[in-house]
Design a protein around this ligand. Structure first.
Ligand SMILES: NC(=O)c1ccc[n+]([C@@H]2O[C@H](COP(=O)([O-])OP(=O)(O)OC[C@H]3O[C@@H](n4cnc5c(N)ncnc54)[C@H](OP(=O)(O)O)[C@@H]3O)[C@@H](O)[C@H]2O)c1
Length: 325
């Protein structure tokens, strides 16, 4: 099968299209015939080798790509609840071989039937970002109806899902983003918006139940400001797990009896099923990504690195016929 392989860490051009053996699923795995693979910020970090802790977990050569939509080609002996041919979406085993490839093996527990009302290209932009928002907000933040949440980075891939999930349960959403993304955020239901380029959220917000850090910012001084806007006993959740809280942040949290959580996404079939229901009911909209062919992975990463693209970038691995929906 064809796959994009990395044999050394470096610039996008280290990614090469190669012919490799098709993987074989273990008893608890499925073999997915990949139709599309979404690109996430972490793919760029993996390819560049820019995070030493993460790089130490990787073995080269490898195939990147941890956002997948496709159909089930084979099932391991222990897999239940799926059939050959099911259209699925999910997260293959991070940080093992991913889905910039014609086939990928993955734990069946990390996949679900994909939303029926969207194509594979759109479905491939969902799992990692949506699960990151879901885990952070519901597993760690314990967000409930009627609560007030400040979402920092509301316009991003993770943030866009976070805003819509929070609205779907009746929470009050304040989002930070660049002003040019306000139209989008109003369309998806944000109640209040703050332009982080020209406004200080700490002067405008107070007494929120939860602050969700889903921006690309890694700055503990900003986190201290976030704790200031929390209620007593509120919860600060960051998805930037590669950037630990320093002593000052921990002290600020303790002083207000607040909790601080670093939330890594949990790829769970049950969460993907809930997310699929919200998409099928129209409560959650999925933005269309910019599509590249698998062989153009280098250009796709270059575009992501240029930061000139708004929204997801997707590698289309196969032609998408109507039967394959
Ligand atoms: N823990 C996990 O499992 C996990 C999984 C996936 C992602 N992540 C992390 O989650 C973060 C978001 O990922 P993503 O894919 O959603 O990224 P993204 O689509 O690039 O979104 C980034 C967001 O950050 C905002 N932003 C950029 N610079 C900012 C600044 N100086 N101040 C405030 N906000 C700023 C952007 O706002 P504008 O575009 O409106 O300017 C945008 O809303 C990344 O740090 C990523 O590493 C974690």
């Amino acid at each position: 099968m064809k796959a994009i392989r990395i044999s050394e860490f470096g610039l996008p051009k280290v990614m090469e299209l190669k012919e490799i053996d098709r993987p074989v699923p273990k008893p608890d795995e499925i073999l997915v015939k990949v139709y599309a693979s979404g690109i996430n910020p972490v793919d760029l970090v993996v390819r560049a080798g820019s995070n030493a802790a993460l790089s130490s977990l990787l073995s080269l050569p490898m195939t990147p790509g941890w956002d997948t939509a496709g159909t089930i080609e084979e099932l391991g002996d222990e897999v239940t609840g799926f059939q050959k041919g099911d259209a699925v979406y999910g997260v293959p085993n991070f940080p093992g071989d991913g889905s910039y490839a014609e086939y990928v093996v993955a734990k069946a527990s990390q996949f679900a039937i994909k939303p029926k009302n969207i194509c594979f290209n759109d479905a491939a932009g969902i799992p990692l970002a949506a699960l990151t928002a879901w885990t952070a907000m519901f597993e760690f933040g314990k967000l409930k109806m009627g609560q007030r949440i400040l979402i920092q980075g509301a316009s991003g891939s993770v943030g866009g899902f976070a805003v819509q999930f929070a609205k779907s349960i009746g929470a009050y959403v304040i989002g930070t983003a660049s002003a040019n993304n306000f139209d989008y955020l109003e369309q998806i239901g944000a109640d209040e918006l703050i332009d982080y380029r020209t406004q200080k959220f700490e002067d405008l917000v107070q007494e929120v139940d939860i602050v969700l850090e889903v921006s690309s910012v890694r700055d503990n001084n900003e986190r201290i400001k976030s704790v200031q806007v929390l209620k007593q006993s509120g919860i600060f959740v960051s998805v930037n797990t590669d950037f630990a809280f320093n002593d000052e942040v921990i002290h600020a949290l303790n002083k207000k009896n607040c909790k601080g959580e670093l939330s890594a996404n949990q790829a769970k079939k049950e969460s993907l099923e809930e997310i699929a229901k919200l998409i099928e009911s129209g409560q959650v909209k999925v933005p269309q990504g910019k599509i590249f062919a698998l062989r153009d992975a280098v250009e796709a990463h270059q575009l992501m690195e240029s930061k000139s693209v708004n929204g997801k970038v997707i590698l289309q691995v196969r032609e998408q016929t109507n039967e394959a929906y």
